[in-house]
Design a protein around this ligand. Structure first.
Ligand SMILES: [Zn+2]
Length: 255
């Protein structure tokens, strides 16, 4: 069993490494994901032993082997977070199709998180394929699992529409100043993933976490009241919490 957890952790690290690469190349509009990796600073081609998740960063003491410039902490952090989340998924959902579904969600949401954090854009290239993939998963659940009824499916669609309407209202009345249209699309994806009432928990938690953080940034004068603070990353942090603790929090409300 322990070996299996180690395997899942390593698998998560590899997916984290892939997310780093994906986000970097999507921003640069590079078409091929399979072209060899290179250092973003000196563009020297990297060997396989420079690309081992986590380990290479530690052994190289966070510096490029070729130009000695510092490697961003983003790389090992994203790898580690993916590794830990994958282990948590397996711990909570075991050998099941649900685990595969959550592995996929972590890959998708963590990619959106990183892209939004770095470039303040929620990319269509991740959002639309993710919505499509979630629908495919639901189709499989619907066909395979008798408990996954048409009402449940309807609930997910309803939540997707309500969540995107909620964001669209804010987007519309703030004329796109309070949040971007990307959040409307992200709202649809998250509603589809969580359904009612869990999507309300996600939104509530995102504002709870994001609010004090925004005030803190305004206090530090890094942002003004007028500047837009990306909500996307907070929605995704809240989503990860609700994936693992949603049922516990809900049972608290229902006694
Ligand atoms: Zn370099």
């Amino acid at each position: 069993m322990l070996y299996f957890y180690i395997f899942i952790f390593l698998f998560g690290l590899a997916i984290g490494s892939f997310i780093n690469c994906l986000v970097h190349r999507m921003e640069k509009e590079e078409s091929s994901l399979f072209k060899g990796s290179y250092c973003p600073k000196c563009r020297h081609k990297l060997a396989w032993f420079d690309l081992i998740p986590l380990l290479s960063f530690v052994l190289l003491k966070g510096k490029c082997r070729y130009c000695q410039k510092e490697i961003s902490f983003q790389y090992p952090i994203v790898e580690l977070v993916a590794g830990i989340l994958f282990v948590l998924v397996f711990f909570n959902f075991g050998y099941s199709l649900l685990s595969v579904f959550y592995f996929f969600l972590i890959f998708s949401l963590l990619s959106i998180f990183l892209f939004d954090l770095k470039f303040s854009i929620i990319p269509d290239k991740i959002i639309f394929p993710s919505i499509f993939a979630v629908l495919i998963f639901y189709l499989i659940f619907f066909l395979k699992d008798a408990n996954f009824s048409a009402e449940i499916l309807f609930n997910f669609f309803l939540a997707a529409i309500l969540a995107s309407l909620f964001f669209f209202t804010i987007y519309f009345f703030s004329k796109g100043k309070a949040m971007g249209f990307g959040d409307v699309k992200l709202g649809f994806l998250l509603g589809l993933i969580f359904g009612l009432p869990k999507i309300i928990l996600v939104l509530w938690l995102a504002f709870i976490i994001g609010g004090p953080f925004a005030i803190f940034l305004i206090f530090l004068k890094k942002k003004t009241l007028k500047s837009e603070i990306a909500l996307g990353p907070f929605l995704i942090i809240a989503s990860f919490i609700i994936i693992f603790l949603g049922n516990k929090i809900l049972s608290f409300f229902y006694f």
